[in-house]
Design a protein around this ligand. Sequence first.
Ligand code: FAD
Ligand code: SF4
Ligand code: SF4
Length: 492
Amino acid sequence: MSTRMLKFTTTGRALPGKRAADVRREDFSEIYTRYSAAAAAEQASRCSQCGIPYCQIGCPLQNNIPDWLKLAAEDRLEEAYQISSATNNMPEICGRICPQDKLCEGSCVIEKDFEAVTIGAVEQHITDTAWEKGWVEPLRVARQRDQSVGIIGAGPAGLSAAEELRKRGYSVAIYDRYDRAGGMLMYGIPDFKLEKQLVMQRVDRLEEGGIAFHLNVEIGRDITFAELRQRHDAVLLATGTYKARSACLPGAALAGVEPAMAYLTAANRVALGDDVAEFNDGRLNAAGKKVVVLGGGDTAMDCVRTAVRQGAVSVKCLYRRDRENMPGSRFEVGNAEEEGVEFVWLSAPKAFLGDGRLVGVRAQSMRLGSPDVSGRRAPQPVPDSTFSMDADLAIEALGFDAEALPELFAAPDLMVGSGGIVETDPDTLMTGLDGVFAAGDVMRGASLVVWAIHDGRKAAGRIHRFLLNKAGLEKPASADAFLKTFEQEYAV
Ligand code: FAD
Ligand code: SF4
Ligand code: SF4
């Protein structure tokens, strides 16, 4: 065992520095500074190189964490990058935005007595360094094949699948209705968590590797789904979840009540330099307003922190459970509180108040009962406990379902379950339609970037198998030649 490791007993956990709250409130730049090379090596050296690395089990990508921590501790960052990028298409992005406390770091076995290794921050350091030093190589295509795959959606699921399929030699075309690729990475998640240049450099690399991006193209409107299936040998649905859930409260039609995605998309577009009419006319701009955000997930956290940066007079977050039972990351709540957000816990919204325009939100106090199916304690109303608060912008951040794809795609045989989630075979990820696969949020429900990457990689492997079978059936070679090719291909 390297003498550089096992330092957790003598070295404390230290994340990279955080910019002061009053400074970071003034801009949209990322809030964490970067590790120095020495700090990253020191933090990596805290790892105890467990025989059974639970951190790896806690990571959806099963990243080989102990190996790259050891290499990082020995300042062998290029090798660390090779290992880390072998299982993850966007390590620098996951290092920044995975809820590590619930995944890899939450499973780190030194956590009980000593604080967990800062896995995410070291992963970010390794890949940021790789980009800076030019170690991130262009896509290497095994050999060009004559089959093509069409991917609907350029979010992390679609992008990861595209990369893995292109590496295997397929022609890959991605279609996205937005004008920029990245999905939620581009238009959902704000810059203070993930600067957009990081997403763009990933997309550029894929484009340079021969993946065709067809932006501003909505499947079901600009091209029919049937036409797309004709164009390609296989199709991947990676369309995410964009149907906003609403509390359907009285007053929801008042001016000043907005859905979270419209608000965040406008803010991200402004940060990208776009001219956004709904921001310019004040509708999707929190400047000078009293803002109330409904919800307790990551989207709600992004909304409150965006509103602070836009210059809101006050920002409140209304959530029906308490801090311990909220779905969002505790770190993000802490960051929001530091930036001046007020959390109104155990409060459920009842109505939007106003006459034509919003002037307030009425809410009811709640208390917590027994755990529900999600394992969190179920909120129950406290009788005679309604109260009101002033508001001139209320943002609903109550989660997302998938859009109604069978109707939008005129594909009634595409089976969907609750919340519009596309049903697939859990092993092959194929839907009931031959050659049509699904990955990411549209297949598992609104989730995380790291799970979208996991699904995209898995779908690529399954599509590869499907296409090999298809090619084998369509072009039967001699039995020997076929078997040889088949063995080689399955080894990829
Ligand atoms: P998406 O990223 O949603 O991409 C789907 C793409 O499909 C979009 O670009 C869309 O334009 C396109 N599309 C849809 N329909 C069509 C069509 N008919 N034709 C053409 N294109 C179409 N996860 C984390 O891990 N950490 C976080 O901090 C985090 N923060 C979040 C903050 C917000 C505000 C939101 C909303 C989500 C957040 N998430 C976070 C969740 C994460 O962003 C998603 O789980 C992830 O992006 C899902 O990836 P995806 O590729 O399945 O879908
Ligand atoms: Fe942790 Fe996410 Fe990186 Fe996995 S991908 S090691 S969960 S930060
Ligand atoms: Fe290192 Fe923690 Fe993983 Fe063990 S569980 S190998 S200490 S990071």
